[in-house]
Write a protein that binds this ligand. Structure first.
Ligand code: DGL
Length: 279
């Protein structure tokens, strides 16, 4: 493993505004966050790392995920990113504190939208869909303890869903069956507000909407995270020059053709993909 910390100080000191924003996820899920960044900040260059060769993170130990996250983030920082967006709830739960104490650039992570969901629910029950890694983390336990006094928070891990999105299957019979089972459990528990606590799940939103009553609220964190990225870049005078043309470049640890096909489909246009096997 390359020591991610060894070359940081000198790079941080002179990071230009027009450098890319580094974003990463276990795979293509974090593109749901990148989409908000691209819409809100069209002049920003986005350098997205899809760690598809190591997906899913959700069934790995938090220590394993933390180690991988430090490798990926070290790679992105050596490629001069001006900020890091951890577009993965599981990776945030595993490594956000270490990332923040390692790097001096802005590091923005994800957190299931428990707070807004607690304010929205009328039944008093909030249902969380997330990976086992996120739900088992100390970070989630603290979040639950913070809001669990006001409302009942019930959660459902969703094995298999990340794999379906990684395969580009957003609405086939197997995906439908998995989503139906997970959502039904939460609805049967009285939830009227569902939280998408994994960045892969917003790609399943059309399917989830089809399967639940229209009055069920469904929240994800992509937009608030994008606004926080803007706020931190603005505060650090790191926003890109308005004349810069932004865009998305994707790096992947997975298969080039498969990643290109899925990324382009999820993004809606052809996106350049570069395979990175060693970090
Ligand atoms: N997109 C991820 C998350 O937000 C990762 C899921 C996984 O790889 O299991 O948690």
């Amino acid at each position: 493993m390359i020591d991610a910390m060894s070359d940081i100080g000198s790079i941080d000191a002179q990071r230009p505004c027009n450098a890319p924003i580094g974003i990463f996820d276990s795979g293509v899920g974090g593109l749901s966050v990148a989409r908000h960044l691209a819409d809100e900040m069209p002049c920003e260059r986005l350098l997205y790392f899809a760690d598809s060769a190591h997906a899913p993170y959700g069934s790995k130990s938090l220590e394993e995920v933390e180690q991988r996250v430090m490798q990926l983030s070290g790679y992105l920082v050596r490629h001069q990113v001006k900020a890091l967006v951890v577009a993965c709830n599981t990776a945030t739960a595993a490594a956000i504190n270490r990332l923040r104490s390692t790097y001096s650039i802005p590091v923005i992570g994800m957190e299931p939208a428990v707070k807004p969901a607690s304010a929205l629910t009328r039944s008093g029950v909030v249902g969380i869909l997330a990976t086992a890694g996120t739900l088992d983390s100390g970070k989630f336990t603290r979040l639950q303890a913070r809001f669990g006094r006001e409302v009942r928070i019930i959660s459902q891990s969703c094995p298999g869903l990340v794999e379906q999105v990684e395969a580009g299957d957003l609405s086939g019979p197997r995906t439908r069956e998995l989503v139906q089972g997970y959502v039904d459990t939460l609805l049967a528990g009285g939830a009227d507000t569902l939280v998408l606590g994994c960045t892969h799940y917003p790609f399943l939103l059309p399917l989830i909407r089809e399967l639940v009553d229209p009055e069920i609220e469904i929240l994800d964190t992509g937009l608030p995270v994008s606004r926080e990225v803007f706020r931190q870049l603005d505060a650090g005078k790191l926003l890109a020059d308005r004349k810069q043309t932004g865009g998305l470049e994707v790096l992947s640890s997975g298969d080039a053709v498969l990643t290109h096909t899925i990324v382009s489909r999820l993004w809606g246009t052809a996106v350049p993909v570069r395979v990175v096997k060693t970090l």
